[in-house]
Design a protein around this ligand. Structure first.
Ligand code: HEM
Ligand SMILES: *[C@@H]1O[C@H](CO)[C@@H](O)[C@H](O)[C@H]1NC(C)=O
Ligand SMILES: *[C@@H]1O[C@H](CO)[C@@H](O)[C@H](O)[C@H]1NC(C)=O
Ligand SMILES: *[C@@H]1O[C@H](CO)[C@@H](O)[C@H](O)[C@H]1NC(C)=O
Length: 313
């Protein structure tokens, strides 16, 4: 019953119909794409961790209240925003969006939403990492609400295949989308806290999750000690964590991915078939990723074009 209620609530957030268009700013802000690209490129030159951060930020944004830049709002007064909710460890590089917004505001004030800037930045981040490019549909609006408590709506790294399927289905996303978008884990880094449950006290009788390759588990254990963990310790999502490639899928078959939610892609015949296809063809991965990114980034939800991305108008 409460699961049903949550489902209905989540769906109602996403019911706002906003139609997006690739030419949305053609007349009103023709340079928006190059301005955003420049901000992402400049930041990436200084810090190779930026692209992964932007890709994850866009995913978080879209999964809570639709892609409405709710993830960018600061906590204010008694309201704790998404940014300060529990899964915030991986969210960083907000300054890239703020810089892009400044550049865009001086070229075309009051026209371009922060949600669109984030969608463009995520695409640019993938391209800068050697991934595919695509035309981003635009015309999203920014929302006025951001609540830390709603971050529990994000899928957790402990999720099994049916929980993952349900989380994606609530947003109109299929198992194809789940498998393709999980490939975002070709980029970036995870803190020990996100996978520690698999390598220490997995359950009452087993210390290490038997679905992890033993030598990989041993190396994770040495990085992430049971106690006195350094807060910033962790592991790259894949060994080539700044390059967008299909190695992530090969790692799932070697049982060398960080999360149960990654390994779970082999637990249903359909997702296993899809993961096999993406592991064997880089080109199939690039095409599938583009298709699903456009779908995910078209979940809309906001009402206004914010003047500054971290505060409502
Ligand atoms: C399928 C459900 C998903 C789960 C359970 C999940 C979970 C996680 C977790 C736990 C982390 C590590 C956080 C940390 O400890 O720092 C992470 C990182 C990341 N995720 Fe996911 N994720 C999912 C889907 C996605 C999707 C759809 C994308 C984008 C298309 C994505 C992109 C990323 C990226 C790029 C990072 C690295 C962030 C960085 O290095 O700053 N994830 N994810
Ligand atoms: C992350 O959220 C916690 C509360 O869940 C908060 O104490 C912490 O300051 C936040 N960290 C960042 C970097 O925002
Ligand atoms: C997944 O987890 C949920 C919640 O713990 C559980 O009810 C369900 O049976 C699990 N499904 C599978 C396929 O393991
Ligand atoms: C612990 O996990 C192992 C491996 O998945 C499983 O075989 C075992 O039944 C589990 N034990 C308990 C007490 O849940």
């Amino acid at each position: 019953m409460s699961a049903l209620l949550t489902s209905l609530l989540i769906l109602s957030f996403f019911s706002t119909i906003t139609s997006l268009s690739s030419k949305y700013y053609e007349k009103t802000c023709p340079n928006v794409e190059s301005l955003v690209r420049k901000s992402v490129r400049d930041a990436t030159t200084n810090d190779k961790k930026v692209p992964a951060a932007l890709l994850r930020m866009h995913f978080h944004d879209c999964f809570i209240r639709g892609c409405d830049a709710s993830v960018l709002l600061d906590s204010k007064g008694k309201n704790t925003a998404e940014k300060d909710g529990p899964p915030n460890v991986s969210l960083h590089a907000f300054f890239v969006i703020d810089n892009a917004k400044k550049a865009v505001e001086s070229a075309c004030p009051g026209i371009v939403s922060c949600a669109d800037i984030l969608a463009l930045a995520a695409r640019d981040a993938v391209v800068l990492s050697g991934g595919p490019s695509w035309v981003v549909p635009k015309g999203r609006k920014d929302g006025r609400t951001s609540k830390a408590s709603e971050t529990i709506q994000l899928p957790a790294p402990t999720f099994n295949i049916s929980q993952l399927q349900q989380s994606f289905a609530l947003r109109g996303l299929s198992l194809e989308d789940l498998v393709a978008l999980s490939g975002g884990h070709t980029l970036g880094f995870s803190h020990c806290s996100s996978f520690k449950n698999r390598i220490h006290n997995f359950n009452a009788t087993t210390d290490v999750d038997p679905s992890i390759n033993p030598s990989f588990a041993a190396s994770l254990k040495s990085t992430c000690q049971a106690n006195n963990n350094e807060k910033n310790a962790g592991a790259p999502m894949d060994p080539s964590s700044t390059s967008f490639d299909n190695i992530y899928y090969k790692l799932i078959f070697q049982q060398k991915t960080l999360f149960s939610s990654d390994q779970a892609l082999l637990d249903s015949p359909k997702t296993k078939r899809l993961a096999t296809k993406l592991a064997t063809s880089e080109d199939a991965f690039r095409k599938a990723f583009v298709k699903s990114m456009i779908k995910m980034s078209s979940i809309t939800g906001g009402q206004e074009v914010r003047k500054k991305c971290n505060v409502v108008n």
